[in-house]
Design a protein around this ligand. Structure first.
Ligand code: MG
Length: 388
């Protein structure tokens, strides 16, 4: 029997959002909101398992968003939030946990400290919820597009409830079964109706619920705090040798020479890999893929680029933009530029609008002007946690 299981309610349709996609699957700084919501639960040492309750139509979106995470299999929700929570609770019946946390999929910023407070409070109470005191003056308004103030409400003793909300599992399951069919908007309301004792622990202003487009912008601002953007450059040269094509930015470009190198000699991807490594202080391409090692002979340079992107992802970074300049008289790059941008975007998992590929000659001056080889330089900007 697990000590504590977390259920994440993600079955809503997000009707307050403008676009068609349910809000929990929308991207927040490159990651689905649901993925951000489950991550702190998965990482917490006192939570033994995390299960998401999804809408039957969202199986594909669910798999795409979190399919690679070690979650318990999802269960289908019901027509209301309350019904979805009950289905999640019933799904744990075969192996009932002592405690259960129920969380909204649209809250992506739960802290480990808040989870500690909620789970810790369950040692003494049947229920514990994070909440914040109401500080704004409360008005009751009339109906209509331009409401009039009807009266001022007393705000003393009023709190704003957040999630995750924690409960003793058997008591909450019984409370939910008893309340089935009503339309309560959080689990604490179900617990109250059953007379359970629920304590409030300090919530967190950053633990916002993404309900509208404005909330999404606020969430972006919360994420931006404590992050910084770093920029680094890369440079590479390869000489021509006999052959009939060159690899440039992941594309085979027909030419009357090839480029000489231990790998596929993709000078563009080499410069770009070095730029990306530079943003996280991870040395250069040679330190990760030494030319002295036979296994990299003829290796596709895409491998090097993917490795650099993986190091950035592991550091919590996301690539803001990359820009490659190819320096040569021949071959002409223009006709291949869009294929190169698309290939790099695909390899890095970023939008093609964040990828630039440019070309220049050196007016027949120097080694590139004498057509002895190709040079490339690259710049990359990466947004990272400040401590990374
Ligand atoms: Mg090279």
């Amino acid at each position: 029997m697990a000590e504590c299981i977390a259920l994440v309610v993600a079955a809503g349709r997000g009707s307050r959002f403008g676009s068609g996609e349910p809000k929990q699957y929308r991207l927040l700084a490159g990651q689905p909101i649901l993925r951000r919501a489950v991550a702190p639960l998965l990482a917490h040492p006192r939570i033994g398992g995390v299960r998401v309750i999804i809408h039957a139509d969202d199986t594909h979106a669910y798999r795409k968003a979190v399919g690679d995470l070690p979650l318990l299999p999802p269960v289908p929700g019901g027509a209301t939030r309350q019904e979805s929570a009950l289905r999640g609770l019933e799904s744990l019946g075969a192996m009932p946990p002592h405690r259960v946390l129920i969380h909204d999929a649209a809250r992506p910023f739960v802290s480990a400290a808040m989870l500690d407070r909620i789970i810790g409070a369950l040692d003494r109470r049947e229920g514990a919820i994070p909440a914040l005191p109401v500080v704004d003056t409360l008005k009751r308004g009339s109906d209509g597009a331009v409401p009039l103030v009807v009266c001022t409400q007393e705000r003393a003793g009023l709190w704003r409830a957040q999630t995750p909300q924690g409960f003793h599992y058997p008591a909450l399951l019984a409370a939910h079964r008893a309340a089935a069919g009503s339309a309560l908007t959080d689990d604490a309301a179900v617990a109250e109706a059953a007379g359970m004792s629920v304590v409030m622990v300090p919530g967190d202003e950053d633990n916002l619920k993404v309900t509208t487009e404005d909330d999404l912008l606020r969430a972006e601002r919360v994420l931006a705090a404590g992050r910084e953007t770093r920029t680094a450059t890369g440079f590479d040269v390869h000489r021509f040798c006999d052959g009939d094509h060159v690899m440039l930015c992941g594309i085979a470009v027909p030419h009357d020479h090839a480029l000489l190198g231990h790998s596929d000699a993709d000078v563009g991807l080499h410069a770009l890999t070095d730029a990306l490594l530079g943003t996280v202080g991870e040395g250069d391409i040679g330190s990760h893929f030494p030319p002295s090692e036979p296994r990299w002979r003829g290796a596709p340079s895409e491998l090097f680029l993917r490795h650099a992107a993986g190091l950035i992802a592991a550091a919590g970074g996301r690539i803001v933009n990359v820009d490659v300049t190819l320096i040569c008289e021949r071959p002409k790059v223009g006709a291949h530029r869009s294929a190169m941008r698309a290939r790099i975007a695909d390899l890095l998992g970023i939008d093609v609008g964040r990828v630039s590929v440019k070309a220049t000659t050196t007016e027949e001056l120097g080694f590139t002007g004498r057509r002895e080889g190709i040079a490339a330089q690259a710049v990359a900007s990466v947004n990272l946690p400040s401590g990374a």
